[in-house]
Structures are given as structure tokens and as C-alpha cells.
Design a protein around this ligand. Structure first.
Ligand SMILES: Nc1ncnc2c1ncn2[C@@H]1O[C@H](COP(=O)(O)OP(=O)(O)OP(=O)(O)O)[C@@H](O)[C@H]1O
Length: 359
């Protein structure tokens, strides 16, 4: 039995995570992190008041204490700044991965530990296992469609030790069944979408609020002007929609393949393996964070450069500090600076890092 603080978001997954921990006999308290309230009036729906109400109702049904923890300042500092500065520098940041490391298992875990809790539980679809040596490890979630281990890839060993993921053992329909069995008021609530805590606010609207437009030409690889862009920071390599250049025919789509900062030009090309700039075999990864064994000294690893990508075999070459160079067996589409690359061995998450450069 232990004291666990569950991150109750007002959604069904975390409600079931709390219910399962209560059922196992742990002393559970629900905590809602108040991170983002859209005070700035950016277009889009941010249903945080409803979410707090729902989380509170879940806690009442389970008969557990409920707390609202104000982390708005930390969120601005650790996530909003990271996101805005990253885009401004031309990177492709991943706020969801960063949120897990800095917020849920960062300041929220610190708060829980300071309050005498041993762990933070969430409704993530990932499995936690204790290895024979006593270290805690993360496995991919049991539901292959929902697996969220990618988003946990920058967690430290300490954070994994103090994490619990009860719903990661289940398929999504089973989670809903458990919610009904416990009579949880959110059993039929729709899954939340969108970027970590920003609700239904679109990334482009969010960024427009903080970054000014800087229009320029969209050109093809031959230098022909094909249209106008709003500012290079609003686009990312591999992006198929939103650049405004129509595909001439079925099966021939234009995607963003490059940014020429000096000329303020956005370069587009065909979405094909032989298009210059779109696929890469080699990349440099910084900030490598290992959960169990040290990733930087491995010879080969399965590397997943995006959430919905497959993990692919790559050779690892150690560089200075916590950086490695990866050489993929097969070229990978749209590996871009700022993105997170997660590392696996079979179904076990080894850790992750931040793409610094690719070619
Ligand atoms: N505002 C919040 N306060 C506390 N915990 C949160 C909050 N937002 C997310 N979490 C925790 O992080 C987990 C994963 O977050 P994510 O945004 O991916 O939610 P989800 O998979 O839609 O889960 P849920 O159905 O619980 O909302 C949640 O299950 C929850 O435990």
C-alpha cells in the first residue's frame, strides 16, 4: 500500500487510473493541475472549468480527496516559452513530451513528494515494470492504438521510479468498461484532443498570438515561385496541409521540404522518397535521456523519430556529452530539429532525445 497522487484531468483514462489504485488498496488523492486558462483570448475552446468539475465529480464518486494545484506560472515558463522560442528559432518542438518531463512528472511530482506521496499516477497508455535489478522500466502500452510511451521518452529514471500507469495494462474499450463498473460520471466522455493542456486551441492560432507574420515566397526545388507563406516559423518539414499550394493531381502532393532563412523562402517538393531534403539517414540527437541502461554506449537501437512513426533500426555513434549520432538502416521521412526521438528495445522504452540536425 502506498500514497499515490493521481493526475485527474477530468477525462476517463485518469478517472479509471484512480479507481484501479483505490481498488488495489492504495491511499489515493486526485490532483488537477491548472496550467493554462487561455487568459489571452486565443480563438478556440479551452474547457478547463468543465474539466475541473468532472475531475471533482470523479473524486466524489470514488470517495477520495481532490485538490486543484495552480501551476500556471511554471507552465508559462516551462512549456509556453519552450514552444514559442522553439518555433521562433525554426525548430519543431514537442510540448506533450516536454509536459510529461517538466510538468506532470516534474513540478507536479515534486509537489506530491513534498506532500508525503510516494508516486504520481496518470492515465497514460504505457506499462511500468520493475526489472530484476530493481530498476523501474516503461513498456509500450498494451493497446497498440493508444500506446503513449513515446510521450514519456524524456522521463528520467527517478521520474519513472515514482510513476504509476494502471490503464496502460488495458485496451481502451476495457478502460471504458471499468469506468462504467465504477459508475464514473466521465465513463462516456469524449477523448480530449489537441496539444497538452491547450484544449481545442489550434497550434497555428496559438503561435500567431505570440509570433508575428513574416510573409515570403513559397518556391519549388527548381526555384519557381508557387505561392506565399506567412512566416517560416509556422511550417515544419514534412507538412502536407496548410501551405496552400494545391496538389496538381491525385497521388502527387506538395510537402514542405526546406526553409531558406536568408531568402525567407519556404521550399516545397513532392512527397516522395527521392525528393531532396525530405528523407534522412543520419541525425544528431542531443539531450539523450536514458531510463535504464546508458543509450549513448549502445551499438544499435530501435529509434522512433515521431509519435506515429515505426521504430526503425539505427546504428549509434557516441559523441561528446549526452549526444549521439544515429544512422538509420532505411531513410526516414521528415526528421527535423526540435523533434523528439524515442528509443526502444523490443517493447521496452529505453529513453529519448532531441533531434539537433538531420541529413
Ligand atoms: N490538467 C491535468 N491535471 C492533472 N492530470 C492531468 C491533467 N492533464 C493530463 N493529466 C494526466 O496526464 C495523463 C495523460 O494526459 P493526456 O492529455 O494524454 O490525457 P488522456 O489520455 O486524454 O487522458 P484522460 O482521459 O485522463 O484525459 C492523464 O490521463 C492524466 O492522468
Amino acid at each position: 500500500m502506498s500514497k499515490v497522487m493521481v493526475g485527474l484531468s477530468g477525462g476517463v483514462d485518469s478517472a479509471v487510473a484512480a479507481a484501479l489504485l483505490v481498488e488495489e488498496g492504495h491511499e489515493v488523492v486526485g490532483g488537477y493541475m491548472k496550467n493554462w486558462m487561455n487568459e489571452e483570448g486565443i480563438p478556440g475552446d479551452c474547457p478547463w472549468e468543465q474539466d475541473i468539475e468532472d475531475a471533482h465529480a470523479v473524486a466524489r464518486t470514488l470517495g477520495i480527496e481532490f485538490r486543484v494545484i495552480d501551476l500556471i506560472d511554471q507552465y508559462k515558463h516551462k512549456i509556453v516559452e519552450y514552444l514559442v522560442n522553439g518555433y521562433e528559432e525554426g525548430l519543431t518542438p514537442n510540448p506533450d513530451v516536454w509536459c510529461n518531463r517538466e510538468m506532470k512528472f516534474g513540478v507536479f511530482l515534486d509537489y506530491a513528494l513534498s506532500q508525503g506521496f510516494e508516486a504520481v499516477g496518470t492515465g497514460h497508455y504505457a506499462r511500468r515494470r520493475v526489472l530484476p535489478g530493481g530498476q523501474a522500466a516503461i513498456l509500450r502500452g498494451a493497446d497498440p492504438n493508444k500506446d503513449q510511451s513515446y510521450f514519456l521518452s524524456l522521463m528520467t529514471a527517478f521520474q519513472v521510479e515514482h510513476a504509476r500507469f494502471p490503464t496502460g495494462e488495458m485496451l481502451k474499450p476495457e478502460v471504458r468498461e471499468v469506468a462504467r463498473r465504477f459508475d464514473l460520471p466521465v465513463a462516456e466522455k469524449k477523448d480530449s484532443q489537441g496539444i497538452c493542456f491547450l484544449g481545442q486551441v489550434k497550434m497555428s492560432d496559438f503561435l500567431s498570438h505570440y509570433l508575428e507574420d513574416k510573409p515570403g515566397d513559397i518556391v519549388d526545388l527548381g526555384g519557381r515561385v508557387m505561392g506565399q507563406h506567412r512566416g517560416l516559423h509556422f511550417y515544419t518539414i514534412g507538412q502536407r496541409k496548410g501551405h496552400g499550394v494545391a496538389s496538381p493531381k491525385e497521388g502527387m502532393a506538395y510537402v514542405v521540404v526546406g526553409k531558406r532563412a536568408a531568402e525567407n523562402q519556404l521550399v516545397i517538393g513532392w512527397d516522395r522518397e527521392d525528393t531532396e531534403g525530405l528523407y534522412s539517414r543520419e541525425c544528431v540527437i542531443g539531450n539523450v535521456t536514458s531510463i535504464n541502461e546508458d543509450i549513448t554506449v549502445l551499438k544499435r537501437v530501435e529509434a522512433q523519430p515521431r509519435y506515429r512513426a515505426k521504430a526503425e533500426i539505427a546504428r549509434v555513434d557516441k559523441m561528446e556529452d549526452d549526444r549521439i549520432s544515429l544512422t538509420f538502416e532505411k531513410p526516414q521521412r521528415a526528421v527535423v530539429a526540435g523533434q523528439i526521438c524515442a528509443f526502444y528495445e523490443g517493447g521496452r522504452l529505453l529513453g529519448g532525445g532531441v533531434v539537433e540536425a538531420a541529413r
